[in-house]
Design a protein around this ligand. Structure first.
Ligand code: AMP
Ligand code: MG
Length: 471
């Protein structure tokens, strides 16, 4: 594994040299061979547990912990940073694309703020399953290369086995990374970080001066719009959309309290700490917009010495988010219902359907799946939608099935199934079901010969289901 360091030149205190803390008995639980091949990684089977637990014991790897700030539930913390993660460096795949390799749960760092720097086995397995599921659904996301049990206990409520998860991302540049440098008044660092982000994610931006920074913000906004639309297409609720959990690459990151919606309702929220409903299913676009505004604020000193003038240039981009989102969201519903192009009355069909879904507490995934298959005469239209479907069917054509099949998954990582696998790991350190489950999640738009209950919503509709930040 050839690693390069990409963050050390940004600023002092941005990428702080720090080695993972060795663990007692590393044991490889999960290995993502498909991803390893894609990254062109060759790591001998016998070395995997050692390397990806952080038991490196050599000076070849110049690991760092990255500093970042973050607005958490709207409140600004200037110094968060990788409190339990070590970035080993970046690898280059055959297309010359760089991928960060980061260990999470690899011990305390200068950013730990009293935390133990560790991760429990449950959240590690959860991140692996959920990020693979998102990838299978065609949604931009960080990936997991490995999960290694540490052989140590982490003291949570109740105590659990520890694990280290290896996260792969096209970068770890967060909105909070810019906030961190901006909070320190480090204009040189900010410039360097924009340059790095452009080099890694937006090489098409060639402009200089203030136009460069505006083009960067535009590109990030576009990626966030695409990301949130794709989340909402499949019923994903991130749960903790803080600015430190927002990557400028537009990849989904941080699977701590995420969940999938069963019954359709924009107000759905599962996170135990989200008491105000800030990160509900339907509020995700507003929060992404808000997070982009925080990025814009961080870029002010790069745009102009005159703050008012800078704000004047940045504001139209932020104010344009809502309209950009609206357009992409409209297109999403059109595909989910098999409309090609736009016709008068489409918006009404969508809003009538959503009202019916909510009123009759229908399952989001299975309803759209049934509507899709009803076009082939395979499945009946749900009875609560019979009247509505008359106008909908009149609007469909020969293209509709294909459009709908691509937009509507048959299988999502249902909360109760994921939870049952996690519980198996917590109690026995393994699962009899996970391999087959991960295989099914690679083809979520097809009906496989998988157990039928994987496709069914939980009997109780997840009424008492709660998620927690993965600490
Ligand atoms: P997260 O909820 O994972 O986004 O984490 C928010 C912040 O808390 C980040 O700065 C993490 O590095 C830090 N953090 C979370 N868990 C721990 C832990 N067990 N030890 C040290 N820092 C942690
Ligand atoms: Mg985080």
């Amino acid at each position: 594994m050839k690693l390069v360091a990409r963050y050390t030149q940004i600023a002092d205190d941005f990428a702080v040299a720090d080695q993972p803390s060795a663990v007692i008995a590393p044991n490889l639980l999960l290995w993502n061979d498909t991803l390893a091949k894609q990254l062109d990684l060759e790591v001998a089977t016998s070395e995997r547990a050692v390397i990806f637990s952080g038991n490196l014991n050599n000076s070849d790897v110049a690991a760092v912990a990255l500093g970042y700030s973050g607005h958490q539930f709207g409140h600004f913390s200037p110094r968060l940073g990788d409190g339990r993660a070590h970035l080993l460096g970046a690898v280059t795949d055959q297309q010359q694309q760089l991928w960060d390799i980061q260990l999470k749960g690899s011990g305390a760092t200068p950013f730990s703020r009293g935390g133990d720097g560790r991760c429990a086995i449950g959240p590690a397995v959860r991140e692996y399953i959920m990020s693979e599921a998102m990838h299978g659904l065609g949604i931009s996301t960080t990936r997991c290369l490995a999960v290694v049990a540490s052989g140590e206990t982490v003291y949570r409520q109740p105590p659990q086995q520890g694990a280290i998860v290896t996260r792969v991302a096209s970068s770890h540049i967060r909105v909070g990374s810019f906030q961190y440098l901006a909070a320190q008044g480090d204009v040189t660092g900010l410039k360097a970080l924009v340059d790095l982000a452009i080099e890694r994610h937006y090489p098409e931006i060639k402009s200089t001066d203030s136009v460069r920074y505006l083009a960067f913000l535009s590109a990030v906004i576009e990626k966030q719009v695409t990301l949130i639309v794709s989340w909402m297409r499949v019923g994903f609720i991130h749960g903790v959309m803080n600015t430190d959990n927002t990557l400028v690459s537009g990849e989904t990151i941080d699977y701590g309290p995420c969940a999938m919606m069963n019954q359709f309702d924009f107000d759905t929220v599962f996170s135990s700490i989200d008491r105000q409903g800030r990160y509900t299913f339907g509020n995700q676009p507003n929060i992404a917009n808000w997070n982009c505004a925080r990025l814009a604020e961080s870029l002010i000193p790069l745009i102009s010495d005159d703050e008012e003038q800078a704000v004047e240039l940045l504001s139209p981009l932020i104010n344009g988010f809502a309209e950009q989102f609206h357009q992409a969201f409209t297109q999403m519903w059109a595909k989910k219902l098999g409309f090609d192009g736009h016709q008068d009355g489409d918006a009404e069909l969508v809003s009538e359907l959503l009202t019916l879904l909510k009123t009759h507490q229908l399952d989001y995934t299975n309803t759209f799946d049934s509507l899709t298959e009803s076009l082939l005469g395979q499945v009946a239209i749900p009875s609560d939608l019979t009247d509505w479907s008359i106008n909908w069917l009149a609007r469909t054509n020969t293209q509709s099935y294909q459009l709908m099949r691509e937009a509507n998954p048959r299988m999502i990582p249902r909360n109760h199934i994921v939870e049952s696998i996690i519980q198996e790991y917590e109690s026995t350190g393994e699962s009899s079901m996970l391999d087959e489950y991960l295989t099914a999640l690679k083809s979520p738009y097809q009906l496989l010969a998988s157990p039928a209950f994987w496709y069914s919503p939980p009997v109780d509709g997840d009424t008492n289901y709660q998620t927690f930040c993965g600490t």
